[in-house]
Design a protein around this ligand. Structure first.
Ligand SMILES: [Zn+2]
Length: 139
């Protein structure tokens, strides 16, 4: 993790993050969620979201039908991602984590959420607004 803020000044240095979620090992072992959060915060939000040190991002294999979840409590914010789902559909990782990151701005899928989806799609990432929380995970 050390040195990532330096690397982010030079986009080519973090090019491997663009695709490294796409391989066949268990996603929990190959994807560093804090690293990706920092990367996408820089890439799509100009570092305006909560700094990674003040948020918890973790895997949760008990999410059932949910691909991801964002929870705000009095003690802080937690983003959880479903490794069972993402091991099946690793190509959806960027869309799902960024979807949850938009929930740091607004918790529902209203106009503010859709504005962010529209803005980020112009930067090259398509985010599925409605299905991600409801897709079922088979097997
Ligand atoms: Zn959502």
């Amino acid at each position: 993790m050390s040195g990532i803020s330096m690397c982010l000044e030079q986009t080519p240095e973090v090019d491997y993050l663009k695709y490294s979620f796409l391989n066949s090992y268990d996603i929990c072992n190959r994807v560093d969620l804090n690293e990706y959060y920092t990367y996408y915060n820089y890439l799509y939000f100009q570092d305006t979201l909560t700094p990674v040190d003040f948020i918890e991002i973790r895997w949760n294999d008990l999410l059932g039908d949910l691909a991801g979840m964002c929870t705000k409590t009095y003690s802080g914010t937690i983003i959880e991602l479903n490794p069972i789902y993402l091991n099946k559909y690793p190509e959806e990782f960027p869309s799902i984590i960024v979807h949850e990151m938009i929930h740091l701005i607004t918790l529902d899928h209203g106009d503010r959420f859709l504005e962010e989806v529209e803005r980020i799609s112009k930067l090259g990432l398509e985010i599925n607004v409605y299905c991600k929380h409801n897709l079922s995970v088979e097997g």
